[in-house]
Design a protein around this ligand. Structure first.
Ligand SMILES: Cc1cc2nc3c(=O)[nH]c(=O)nc-3n(C[C@H](O)[C@H](O)[C@H](O)COP(=O)(O)OP(=O)(O)OC[C@H]3O[C@@H](n4cnc5c(N)ncnc54)[C@H](O)[C@@H]3O)c2cc1C
Length: 381
């Protein structure tokens, strides 16, 4: 990170051809160093050794927003690779997973639709209908992150309309060169349109035909697979947020010590001291909670409560720590001369994507209350 990533950060975040070439060069270095795709086990083409170890590694990777791309564990490709590894047929693995893990192509995950609440995917309207040995897909998606330049979509659409709500949808692999697929636009998000991996796109599928064999898993498995994907995916985000908080914290402390105003360093102002103390406590609480959740996953538990707790808790803490760090930097904090402004902008989405805060809180409360109602009570173990 210190030798190769931080010094190249300004160039990497420029999102031009030179940045693409630099990413490829750094990716090769990560591969040579045996650090490529640490979220995946070696048999799937990665260098991973379990969730807890990945948590520590991902915290370091998260310190720089672009580093996930350098190490081949960026969202949404990391999650897509995991479900292809778990549910893909041999043919799907050869055609989609192998080039994805090798970093030769990128993918996107198309679930959310502008017309219905993304928080409640039982409302999905996108459809795939069997016609002979093909699916015919009609769907309108948005917030398809990374769709610009992606080679294929993992698309969540209704395939079993008569089943109960959580068995209606399936995931289907759709190459983006299939006729009828359209990238409508790169949606400007908080003043940033971006290109390539850094985009959030509106996409449309009109009469798109793919073979029936492009379905991932069994009919109606979409929710089950999404849960498998989003559970670890959420914790991946949280691990990276720990790194961002830590880096912002270090920048805040350094700036507080060196910057003087009204006759003393900022470090001697009580308000700034409060921010530093609160941030230290936030980071430590978040880190311990995240490591505990990672440990539970390593032990084979789904850790649904733990994952939802850290998803909303760390997203809030991330926003607050970044905000304090930015404030201590004054005007400099708003410029792109430090990584803080980018991190601050990206952090806001964390309270919405992969389930808004409110939905995770509802999940936590429901599960804990159910456990009490069944006489088991609840405590973190
Ligand atoms: C940066 C970013 C990247 C994303 N990337 C992807 C992607 O790659 N692929 C993809 O498919 N989607 C992606 N999404 C979409 C994301 O998953 C949805 O935005 C999310 O599921 C919320 O859906 P929605 O936007 O339709 O909000 P809605 O469902 O309309 O919810 C709006 C608000 O209602 C409130 N709310 C909802 N449910 C409840 C409840 N039960 N109790 C109380 N309040 C509630 C919450 O405050 C919520 O923010 C991304 C979103 C962002 C911001």
């Amino acid at each position: 990170m210190e030798e190769h990533v931080y010094p190249n950060e300004p160039a990497l975040t420029r999102e031009d051809d030179a940045a693409d070439a630099l990413v490829r060069e750094l990716q090769q270095q990560a591969k040579d160093a045996g650090l490529w795709a640490p979220h995946l086990p070696p048999e799937a083409g990665g260098s991973g050794h379990g969730f807890l170890e990945y948590a520590h590694l991902n915290e370091e990777i998260g310190r720089s927003f672009v580093a996930q791309l350098v190490f081949g564990c960026q969202a949404p490709d990391a999650g897509n690779a995991e479900i292809l590894h778990l549910y893909g047929t041999d043919e799907q693995k050869e055609r989609f997973l192998r080039p994805l893990v090798a970093g030769e192509v990128r993918s996107f995950f198309g679930m959310t639709e502008p017309e219905v609440a993304g928080s409640d995917p039982t409302l999905l309207r996108g459809r795939a209908v069997r016609d002979g040995d093909e699916w015919v897909i009609d769907a309108h998606k948005w917030f398809s992150s990374g769709a610009d330049g992606a080679a294929f979509a993992v698309l969540m659409v209704v395939t079993e309309p008569d089943a109960e709500p959580h068995r209606r949808a399936s995931m289907i692999l759709v190459p983006t060169d299939t006729p009828g697929y359209e990238l409508v636009r790169r949606i400007p998000v908080m003043g940033h349109e971006g290109r390539g991996w850094g985009t959030h796109c509106e996409t449309r599928f009109t009469g798109v035909r793919v073979p029936l064999t492009n379905r991932l898993g069994e009919p109606g498995d979409g929710f089950r697979i999404a849960q498998k994907r989003l559970g670890p995916g959420r914790i991946h985000h949280v691990m990276r947020w720990l790194g961002q908080m830590q880096r912002a914290f270090e920048l805040m402390c350094a700036r507080a010590l060196e910057r003087e105003a009204f006759g003393s360093p900022l470090a001697e102002k009580q308000t700034v001291q409060n921010w530093i103390a609160e941030s230290a406590a936030d980071i430590q609480a978040c880190r311990l909670m995240t490591m505990q959740a990672a440990q539970r996953i390593d032990d084979g538990d789904e850790a649904r409560v733990e994952i939802s707790v850290i998803k909303f808790f760390v997203a809030r803490a991330l926003g607050e720590v970044l905000d304090r760090a930015l404030q201590v930097h004054g005007g400099l904090g708003l410029t792109d001369d430090t990584p803080l402004a980018l991190m601050w902008r990206m952090a806001r989405g964390g309270r919405i994507y992969d389930g808004p805060d409110e939905v995770h809180k509802a999940v936590v409360a429901r599960r804990i209350l159910r456990s009490f109602a069944e006489g088991d009570g609840w405590r973190f173990t």
